[in-house]
Design a protein around this ligand. Structure first.
Ligand code: ZN
Ligand code: ZN
Length: 308
């Protein structure tokens, strides 16, 4: 099963030539999930060869421009590419109104249906689920309503071992074996013992996305033990007062969250435009949480890439 993150934008609100504003692409099974959609995100999707035909879900953390100004352009392009499949967009109150107004005055008529879901940013709750993944909100503290998202794979089924698979298995018996059950004879004796015919299911992986936020330990319980955490680190530690004033986090604060939540790996990003090089960001974060990596556009991080 494929479960991987590709980073499309690492900058913050003020534009710089070397960075795009926030956007991350998640590949789960055969489908694409976009998290935030800063200006130019559609160009980044093209640049890194991520197919928009498989993009079915868009999650917007908050309505600051560096997190959604690319959305109307992307939607218009999907329409020009003759998309007809439904699209689901999750965002705080206001986005549906903004997009509808933009469509109205640009006389853009979509050939596909958008399902808008308004996120409640003050509490953590199950926002979305399908066969493969569940998405839970992570309330964040920012100047406007804002929440992150925890993507958690659904529990895996066991896999039947081809070499030992009996020929007379019915569909129902295959389902039972995949669910970890033994198969019994009519007299109650064991016909097929599960552990002989199946391999254990793989661990379910999770990815937590913490967008713009003041340092808050309230996220720790929600993201506990996540395999991968993205957490903004707009400023170096020396600008802690500036981070606090603007409702953002520093390198060390992001790393502290990773450490306390015992995540497997941390990616930091959303760098302030004042920073030309990022080595100090990495060094500072690693002082607190060693398994930290810089968000770099075009890089893919495999959360899971194992065939089940
Ligand atoms: Zn931002
Ligand atoms: Zn913001």
């Amino acid at each position: 099963m494929s479960f991987q993150l590709t980073i499309l934008g690492t900058g913050s609100a003020t534009p710089v030539l070397t960075r795009n504003p926030t956007a991350h692409h998640l590949q789960i099974e055969h489908e694409g999930y976009l998290i935030d959609c800063g200006e130019g995100t559609q160009n980044q999707l093209l640049r890194y060869k991520l197919r928009t035909t498989k993009l079915n879900y868009i999650f917007i953390t908050h309505l600051h421009g560096d997190h959604f100004f690319g959305l109307i352009g992307l939607l218009s392009t999907l329409n020009m590419h003759r998309r007809i499949e439904d699209l689901w967009i999750f965002a705080p109150k206001g986005l549906a109104e903004i997009i509808t107004l933009q469509m109205k005055y640009s006389d853009t008529r979509l050939n596909f249906k958008i399902h808008f879901t308004e996120t409640q940013t003050e509490k953590s709750y199950l926002l979305f689920e399908n066969e493969y993944v569940s998405v839970t909100t992570i309330p964040l503290i920012h100047r406007v309503p804002c929440c992150g998202f925890l993507f958690k794979e659904k529990t895996k089924k066991r896999k039947i071992i081809k070499e030992t698979k009996p020929n007379d298995l019915s569909f129902e018996e295959i389902r039972m074996l995949k669910n970890g059950e033994d198969i019994f004879n009519i007299d109650g004796s064991v016909k097929y013992k599960n552990e002989v015919y199946t391999t254990p299911s793989l661990k379910s992986c999770s990815f937590a996305f913490c967008s713009d936020t003041l340092f808050t330990e309230s996220v720790i319980d929600i993201i506990k033990n996540a395999d991968l955490l993205y957490h903004e680190a707009t400023f170096l530690d020396e600008l802690l007062p500036r981070a606090t004033q603007t409702n953002h986090s520093t390198t060390k604060q992001a790393a502290m969250i990773a450490k306390k939540a015992k995540v497997g790996k941390l990616i930091i990003g959303h760098y302030s435009s004042r920073y030309k090089e990022l080595e100090t960001h990495l060094a500072e974060a690693r002082e607190v949480f060693m398994n930290t990596y810089l968000a770099i556009e075009g890089e893919t991080h495999k959360i899971r890439d194992t065939k089940v």
